[in-house]
Ligand binder design. Sequence first.
Ligand code: GLU
Length: 440
Amino acid sequence: MSPTAKSTKPVKKNGRRKRRYMTMNAYTNAMLQFDQAVEVLGLTPDQVAMIKDPRKIIQVSLPIRMDDGSIRVFQAYRVQHSIVRGPAKGGVRFHPKVTLDEVKALAFWMTMKCSVVNVPFGGGKGGIIVDPRTLSLGELERLSRRYFAALAQDIGPDQDVPAPDVNTNPQVMAWFMDTYSMRHGAHTPAVVTGKPLEIGGSRGRDIATAQGTVYCLVEAAKHLDMNLEGATVAIQGFGNAGANSAELLRKKGARIVAISDITGAYYNKKGIDIKAAVEWKADHDVILTDFETTGKAEKMDNPMDLLELPVDILIPAALENQVTEENAGRVQAKIIAEAANGPLTPAADQILNKNGTFVIPDILCNAGGVTVSYFEWVQNRMGFYWPKRKVTEELHWFMLKGFKSTLKASLKHDVPMRVAAFVVAIERLTKAAELRGLYM
Ligand code: GLU
């Protein structure tokens, strides 16, 4: 089923078919999460109205000249959910299953993410409906530039600052930055983050999401009295967040027993040689095709079974809606660290909470990426670049503060970490919205 598809199958519980319907619509799920936190905080309808809905939704059609001379038109979006605490901020994904509701949900989560770690940005997200693997490099460049040109009026260092997300990378950010700078006749690196180092990227941005996830895991392990050294880990997704989390956790002495990507899931009870997997991926078109032929892991029959392995830590680092009402009851991990955005549905959350799983929610767990994006934006505006040591130190501090405020709110209100993270984020947003008041 597609990540955003709706299922209207009645949910079977205790042998009886109940008239409850589960939703796989990311935006509906995001709004359910929001409402839960609003209830804890007891916000007024006016307070909710000030922060809930996206401020601007942009939809564009992008005609591109393909290599064979034909013209293809791609649909694309940019949603600016919030500009209350600063410019809109968030990545752009290239994926065939992008939908407007998905982008709206992701933009909303960016607002919450920036607020929970207290970086001075609002939230935004963009997406192009495309499978980038079907495009040549030239076609990809033309599509990236055309997208940025189409958004030119609405983006800028003080308006909206895009970044990488699923299937976009520093090269795409370089094209974005160049397109904007050429149009404006001014070198403007702060219009986008996640750029290559050579043209204004920040040291440490490449591993920032994973680094933030690992900082959260260290704190969660402390809280739960678990030892990360020797802990077993399963990771779904072997892109930027998944692969770097694997490598950083291996360095901490954890044993990564399973990894996966679009080619399937790979398992080794004794621990997968992560360096070998990273090298294999680099040599095989950036995917793990036939990794089992190395003898370093066996291929699992069903990649979704990775989520149900008897491990200490599960890291979903791919797409939305992976743990649902259907499989949540079979998850055995003690900690789930959401390196992806929206990998658990609210119905799954309920089951996991009941079973005592400690979930580090996405808006906190993967906030390391946008935090170092903030450092990149700051460095671009200063024209002065930090050593890696400073980036790492500052990131650690921001993540620690985010984790501690969330844990404190969780204990204070007696709610799970996800609700607590939303509570922290929404409190800050509401305060900012009230201080600013209405323009007219
Ligand atoms: N796409 C990343 C995220 O979902 C990073 C966003 C950014 O750096 O602005 O958090």
